[in-house]
Design a protein around this ligand. Sequence first.
Ligand SMILES: CC(C)(COP(=O)(O)OP(=O)(O)OC[C@H]1O[C@@H](n2cnc3c(N)ncnc32)[C@H](O)[C@@H]1OP(=O)(O)O)[C@@H](O)C(=O)NCCC(=O)NCCS
Length: 136
Amino acid sequence: VRIEAVVDASILASGAGLFDDPPGVAASSRFFRAAGHHLLFAFDDDGHPVGFVTGVELVHPDKGVEMYLNELGVAPECRGRGVGGQLVTALMRLAKEVGCYGMWGVTEPDNAGAIATYRHAGADDESSTVLFAWHF
Ligand SMILES: CC(C)(COP(=O)(O)OP(=O)(O)OC[C@H]1O[C@@H](n2cnc3c(N)ncnc32)[C@H](O)[C@@H]1OP(=O)(O)O)[C@@H](O)C(=O)NCCC(=O)NCCS
């Protein structure tokens, strides 16, 4: 596959089906304008998007910048062929290019695919975390 940064709405629309929900106009234009927000697509040989990853640069006043791997998804019919791994590796490469000291992400304990993909891409399992969320 070919992995490229998505920087405009028409390319984004071509891969709308990869997301949980179709990207909205207001949210996606805000995403493209937001500093430190990255979206990469994986394109198959025919130029169709078959996977995506999003990453956000988190800036600490004391530590510098780290990349948060926000979402990763591969079209069901294209899974198990290395696409997810290549997307994670590409985001790692980008993170290094923009000066991040590391990258992290979370997944559910029963998400075997994501766990295998992150391990395969060299991540350490740091599971001793309790996750809290506020919903507005
Ligand atoms: C997680 C996901 C992105 C993986 O994408 P993928 O293209 O299938 O991953 P890869 O083919 O690159 O696989 C990477 C490694 O994980 C392993 N793997 C992938 N899916 C697996 C599964 N369901 N169970 C066990 N291992 C799996 C592969 O065998 C490979 O390991 P190997 O190279 O040692 O053989 C994909 O399954 C997906 O889109 N899932 C739904 C969305 C999701 O859960 N995203 C993550 C949320 S945090």
